[in-house]
Design a protein around this ligand. Structure first.
Ligand code: SF4
Length: 322
């Protein structure tokens, strides 16, 4: 499993171009690793049942136990990437669940093991987690890898509104994200935040304000923008089947991005613009297109509309009174 990185030219700052420039045109591939971590929003320490949009069934311990070992996942992932995409360099990406939810010595053993495979071709470590599972000790551990690797700490922001975070049973407030961002400030970590657009109670204007909130943290280097998708096995999925609500069409979501991207700070690199669950899990919205077709549609539309990242960005200092 993994993610090939695309190449080309776009009017926004995108991850493929960033990596290409940084690694002299080498083909970089993310290798997704499921290390069998769980989540505090499922095991009761923060909550039960998980975030309402999350497919908790896919994270059951039974399933984790059936997973190939971490070594097998990485070796097989690298092999597929080399054969299928002529990959040359790799980023080890701890993705499912909360990958800092364990004591530091255990985290270290997992990261060390993963990074010991084909080390000469591994250029990065990427760790996905919740802001409330970050502390100074974990930041120091992640930073300890930064002398030889790029280390990307990816945290779920999801919404900037606590009311939304409560409604989706996130078990984590926006203030907790702010605290984690403060801990990561002035470190060597590359910080990525993950957002979800399209909660039915958030208006277009409310969603555009995410850009201001992201912009005010200089330590945020990457963003992953997602539209809300409803999946089987989630609480939201069960509710949606009983009482369907409006979700983005591809055209509507692209129009939203066309308004959002100009507001985003120009130095921020967009790692992802939409999410796509497996079609056998996806309830809505089903745009009935392949990932590459969705990306092409978005890019062509943004180009047609003359969208440039940061063209409407206003640094906070511009508003300062004299
Ligand atoms: S989305 Fe992440 S934090 Fe929320 S329940 Fe799922 S794994 Fe846990």
């Amino acid at each position: 499993m993994g993610t090939p990185v695309d190449f080309g030219h776009k009017n926004y700052n995108y991850y493929g171009a960033y990596l290409r420039k940084k690694y002299d045109g080498k083909r970089v591939f993310k290798i997704i690793v499921d290390a069998g971590f769980t989540c505090p929003n499922r095991d009761g320490s923060k909550g039960y049942g998980g975030c309402t949009y999350c497919n908790v069934d896919s994270f059951t311990p039974e399933l984790s136990r059936r997973l190939p070992t971490m070594k097998e996942q990485i070796e097989q992932g690298m092999e597929r990437a080399i054969k299928g995409y002529a990959a040359e360099k790799f980023i080890i990406y701890f993705q499912p669940n909360t990958n800092t939810y364990a004591p530091v010595h255990y985290l270290k053993s997992m990261y060390d093991e993963a990074l010991s495979i084909n080390p000469e071709n591994v250029i990065g470590l990427s760790v996905g987690t919740r802001p409330d599972c970050i502390d100074a000790e974990k930041i120091a551990l992640l930073e300890s890898y930064s002398d030889r690797l790029d280390v990307d700490l990816e945290m779920g922001m999801e919404s900037i509104y606590n009311e939304t975070l409560q409604k989706i049973n996130r078990g984590c407030s926006h203030e907790e994200l702010e605290k984690a961002l403060a801990l990561a400030n002035n470190t060597k970590l590359d910080i990525c935040v993950h957002t979800i657009f399209g909660f039915p109670w958030e208006t277009h204007e409310m969603m555009l304000r995410y850009a201001d909130e992201i912009n005010r943290f200089p330590q945020i280097k990457f963003v992953k923008l997602h539209h809300l998708h409803i999946v089987e096995g989630s609480i939201m999925g069960a509710r949606f089947k009983r009482e369907p609500f409006k979700v983005f069409s591809l055209e509507e979501y692209t129009n939203f991005l066309a308004d959002f991207i100009p507001l985003l700070r120009p130095d921020i690199v967009i790692q992802r613009m939409f999410g796509l669950a497996d079609y056998d899990l996806l309830i809505a919205p089903n745009w009935n297109l392949k990932k590459s077709e969705i990306q092409t549609y978005i890019d062509k539309t943004l180009e047609k509309k003359g969208v440039f990242q940061g063209s409407k960005y206003q640094p906070l200092s511009q508003f300062a009174t004299v």
